[in-house]
Design a protein around this ligand. Structure first.
Ligand code: ZN
Length: 292
């Protein structure tokens, strides 16, 4: 949280209506770019929803024009150099650690660790996606049980432009298929909600004006199912996904991800190959022939 953000506005909003917890990312001025403050607020919200007997289903969504532009790599609220009370694992605080140690400890906690744990939340979680769902935003949508997208939603993981093989939660081959994952990553371009649906990554595409109602209706229908039965069903499918290699696959790619960060830092000036939000946007415009 910085002076440029309204201190009265939480970075994540949490509301419960008729057994449905709405978890809303709330940095619309930065397209819901995810800083650590937001990550820990999401963690708090998911814990709260898991513990609350009045909550059966959780909907994750974004305030403003977009679901999420990804990890915060350039807003005034970027907080990669700050300590938080760690929640996802036993890695020590990353602040002040040398070289790759700092990045590895931080990303083990706030990216891979948090996301893997959120995937295990024993209640149903639906991603309600509109507008941009880019890079780190994909991680948030992918930890949900399924994705409802509006017809204006688009998805991209452009971090190969940083010389890095995809975002930290490397679920790509499992959520869209291997050939699609290669196209998605090699080009780094946006795909439409309709394309994402064809690839099996998105469950439903609905008109923007109907997105909230469609998602809520589905959440209400799930909410009347037996809670423990739903939890066991989720675990059953997650276990099947893990038997197809998701969890161990992501762990192994996390090593390549950090090798790429370290390589960037060794041969250049930083672990992101000198890229920031502006240069990523400019390179996308160049590659795609220019648009907003
Ligand atoms: Zn990283």
């Amino acid at each position: 949280m910085t002076a440029t953000e309204n201190a009265a506005e939480p970075v994540v909003r949490y509301e419960v209506v008729d057994g449905i917890a709405f978890v809303t990312m709330n940095r619309p001025q930065y397209r819901n770019a995810q800083n650590s403050a937001m990550t820990y607020a999401l963690d708090e919200a998911f814990y709260r929803a898991a513990a609350d007997d009045a909550v059966s289903v959780i909907v994750l969504r974004g305030e403003g024009k977009h679901f999420s532009a990804g990890h915060d790599i350039g807003t005034p609220g970027r907080d990669v150099d700050q300590s938080f009370e760690r929640r996802a694992g036993l890695w020590w605080d990353h602040v002040g650690r040398p070289g790759g140690e700092s990045r590895y400890a931080r990303e083990s906690e706030v990216y891979l660790g948090m996301c893997k744990r959120w995937r295990e939340l024993p209640k149903s979680v639906i991603a309600q996606v509109h507008g941009a769902c880019i890079a780190g935003g994909l991680m948030l949508a992918w930890i949900c049980d399924f994705i409802i997208a509006s017809d204006d939603a688009f998805f991209a993981d452009p971090v190969v432009r940083m010389g890095i093989p995809g975002v930290e939660y490397f679920a790509h081959p499992w959520v869209m298929g291997t050939r699609q994952a290669k196209e998605f990553l090699y080009l780094g371009e946006r795909i439409s909600a309709q394309r994402a649906e064809q690839w099996g990554m998105v469950n439903h595409v609905v008109p923007r004006a109907e997105l909230a109602e469609f998602t809520e209706s589905m959440a209400r229908r799930i909410a009347v199912m037996p809670r423990f039965g739903l939890a066991l069903t989720k675990k059953a499918i997650n276990q099947a996904e893990d038997l197809m290699g998701l969890s161990t696959g992501m762990d192994s790619v996390f090593g390549l991800h950090h090798f790429a960060h370290a390589h960037n830092a060794e041969v250049g000036q930083d672990s992101l190959a000198g890229q920031d939000a502006r240069s990523m946007r400019d390179s996308r415009r160049g590659a795609e022939g220019g648009d907003a």
